[in-house]
Design a protein around this ligand. Structure first.
Ligand code: ADP
Ligand code: ZN
Length: 688
């Protein structure tokens, strides 16, 4: 198909990439052939290329609906840097500026325009679009909907304004192709997207959710230990960019202050970001993070929607987020460039107490309908329980997440070259592929059995830790018996205290010191008893009620304990960490990658690649500063590494470097080539 050839040319010319990734290829092909499309791909899979490339090939103006006003400016700047003619229309522009944009758009100046969904309901904008799409007009070939899950009430970030999109499209004199994209969509949300946006038999691509370049770690520790852990991690990775997520503004302020003070002597600056800060301060901090002046930022979940920074090397959660969806989205901001990156979750019981408290305090939605409000509350508890399961599982963490999203098949699938395995779904009669299933019903921990780790990913903290089985049958038996004897009225901590034989006011108050199992586990530390109780819940012997003060009751498998016979003995083992857990302390990832890449080619080279890399980073910084761009808009880390390895001497050779398109080569080529030549000259003769 001729158009597909044009698309490949555009990909190479503007973005400097040789080929589409498999999922991209199918979506672009469908769009160019005039079909609707739905792309469900994890962050970093390359969704934007799927509509940007068609916009450069198709005549007329492509509209991109995005909820992220803050992102629009960046996307437009990045596209401009690549040589395209993009624009955006949102409330950050003054009215005269908006008029100029509309005027130029009417004159056919732009290929692509980003708008916020609210804009679609605007009379003037509708008239503008109708004129474009009318016979004889320039045409609107494509409406691309980013973050399409916002259209669904079942999703995380429902936006009523997304419901305008279908109305807007219906009001156009000729229907454009409609393409929707999202990184998180359970089956239910996907069905919603198709219906609410009125997609017609869309080509559906569901890329595997696995992000192979991400390392996942879970660390249980006390509140005080968390800050020290993060400080040590940041110190060990001084040149890397990282995001630290906290659950409250107060926690952000406290941690940012502490880390700032402790990291300053190491030359590492720390920023912060939350909705309670002034808009100016937020913008400034975000910009400083994106342009690499402030490498570490402490933030609430208000930060990140629309952070397109490709080289975030670690995301550490200082607190537990509300769901696996939220966690995977936030953690997924690490390593968008496909290079190795790490995601750590630090947790303890307080995190879950706080989360439960927050759930009980939320009264925002469906006030009028108490039943719906209760359903929403229960749903939140279910989401949180799955998060609890993630913290407590001893199986592969990646497998746990993938199973949650219904993407179990992805593990063990070799990705063909790219960072993601492409387990694409096919379009069914209703246009919805069938790969991801039932993740909408957030599974409780017990529904997610642990995976023994030889089958695991080998790149998460559970897979890199060895465990040994430990028989704790007597403990487990006493616990189940006590829960039965006390009628399931008490929570985990109190049950543990009773078994341990603690002498507390609450125990005396409920006269639990007279309960039959009181003190039966006097020799076991309460922490250990609590641990076993959690695992009993996890495996279905006990159940934990929902609510802020959850209680333990008998689970479906309790009978196996209570009806134990010599022929059918009850036996309960838990996994114990055999060796202390150590995080793989790779302090300078870029350098490691350079070394690894250098090992695969035997070309003689002058000087050390790592040294050149730092020099080119400096050049990139200058170029970015001059233009007030983020450094990655000048060239990605990967492109710089490509230069170190290939050592181009001409523009043609420079164009061979992945990520360097024609416009970049034209604008910056000479500067980079000169720096490389200078570097080689300085090192000539001394080594090589
Ligand atoms: P998403 O929007 O899905 O999170 P992006 O569009 O930001 O992903 O792309 C993620 C990264 O992958 C970017 O650095 C982008 O330049 C790169 N990328 C996208 N498509 C390709 C491709 N076909 N070949 C190489 N790199 C690509
Ligand atoms: Zn694993």
């Amino acid at each position: 198909m001729a158009q597909m050839a044009d698309a490949r040319t555009a990909l190479e010319q503007y973005f400097g990439y040789r080929s589409f990734r498999p999922g991209q290829e199918r979506l672009v092909e469908a769009i160019l052939a005039g079909r609707d499309a739905l792309g469900v791909m994890p962050t970093g899979a390359g969704k934007s290329i799927c509509y940007q490339v068609p916009s450069l090939v198709l005549p007329g103006l492509t509209l991109v609906v995005s909820p992220l006003v803050s992102l629009m400016g960046d996307q437009v700047r990045a596209l401009k840097a690549a040589g395209a003619r993009p624009s955006y229309l949102n409330s950050t522009l003054t009215v005269p500026q908006q008029n100029t944009v509309l005027k130029r758009a009417r004159e056919g100046w732009y290929q692509i325009m980003y708008v916020a969904p609210e804009r679609l309901a605007d009379e003037r904008f509708l008239a503008f679009a109708q004129a474009l799409a009318a016979p004889g007009g320039l045409g609107i070939p494509l409406v691309a909907v980013d973050e399409a899950h916002c259209v669904s009430q079942w999703g995380q970030d429902f936006r009523p304004s997304y419901l305008e999109i279908a109305r807007f499209i219906d009001a156009l004199p000729s229907r454009p192709v409609v393409a929707a994209f999202t990184a998180t969509a359970t089956e239910r949300v996907r069905t919603d997207i198709v219906q609410m946006l009125g997609l017609r038999r869309p080509e559906t691509v569901v890329t595997g959710f696995d992000r192979q370049n991400l390392y996942f770690g879970v660390e249980e520790m006390g509140d005080k230990a968390k800050a020290a852990w993060i400080r040590d991690y940041a110190c060990a990775h001084p040149r890397e960019s990282g995001i630290i997520y906290c659950s409250t503004r107060k926690a952000v302020d406290a941690l940012a202050f502490e880390l700032g003070r402790e990291l300053a002597p190491h030359g590492i600056q720390v920023g912060r970001y939350h909705a309670g800060m002034s808009a100016d301060e937020r913008t400034w901090n975000q910009a400083a993070f994106i342009d690499d002046t402030v490498p570490v930022i402490v933030a609430t979940n208000a930060f990140g929607m629309g952070i397109d920074k490709p080289n975030v090397r670690y995301v550490i959660h200082h607190n537990v987020p509300e769901s696996i969806e939220a966690y995977y989205q936030e953690a997924g901001r690490a390593g968008r460039d496909g290079d190795p990156a790490s995601c750590y979750l630090l947790w303890n019981g307080n995190d879950f107490r706080l989360r439960r408290y927050l759930i009980d305090q939320t009264h925002d939605e469906a006030e009028a309908d108490p039943e719906a409000a209760e359903r929403a509350r229960q749903n939140r508890y279910r989401l949180l329980q799955a998060m609890e399961g993630y913290c407590e599982t001893t199986g592969c963490l990646r497998a746990y997440i993938l199973r949650y999203f219904g993407d179990e098949g992805a593990l063990g699938v070799e990705a063909p070259g790219g960072a993601v395995a492409d387990a694409a779904g096919t379009a069914g009669a209703d246009g919805v592929g069938g790969v991801v299933s039932a993740a909408g019903e957030a599974a409780a921990p017990s529904a997610i059995p642990s995976v023994a780790h030889p089958a695991g990913c080998g790149n998460c903290s559970n897979c890199t830790t060895s465990y040994e089985a430990e028989d704790v049958t007597p403990l487990a038996r006493e616990a189940v018996l006590l829960v039965r004897a006390t009628g399931g009225r008490f929570g985990r901590a109190l049950v543990a205290d009773v078994l341990h034989g603690a002498n507390t006011e609450r125990i005396r108050q409920y006269r639990l010191d007279e309960a039959p199992g009181y003190g039966s586990l006097r020799d076991e530390p309460t922490a250990r008893i609590k641990d076993v109780l959690s695992q009993l819940v996890g495996r279905g012997y006990l159940v934990q009620s929902q609510g802020q003060f959850p209680t333990l009751g008998l689970g479906p498998r309790a009978a196996e304990v209570l009806a134990e016979t010599p022929e059918r003995p009850f036996c309960f083992t838990i996994k114990r960490r055999a060796a202390a857990r150590r995080s793989p302390a790779r302090s300078r990832r870029a350098v490691d990658l350079l070394r690894a890449e250098a090992a695969t080619d035997s070309r003689p080279r002058v000087g050390d690649d790592a040294e050149l890399f730092e020099r080119l980073r400096g050049v990139r910084r200058e170029l970015a500063l001059e233009r007030e761009w983020a450094p990655y808009m000048v060239a990605s880390d990967k492109a710089l590494r490509g230069m170190c390895r290939r050592r181009p001497t001409t523009r043609e050779e420079l164009l061979e470097v992945p990520g360097i398109g024609e416009k970049k080569a034209e604008d910056f080529g000479d500067v980079f080539l000169a720096e490389i030549a200078r570097f080689e000259e300085e090192h000539a003769g001394s080594d090589g």
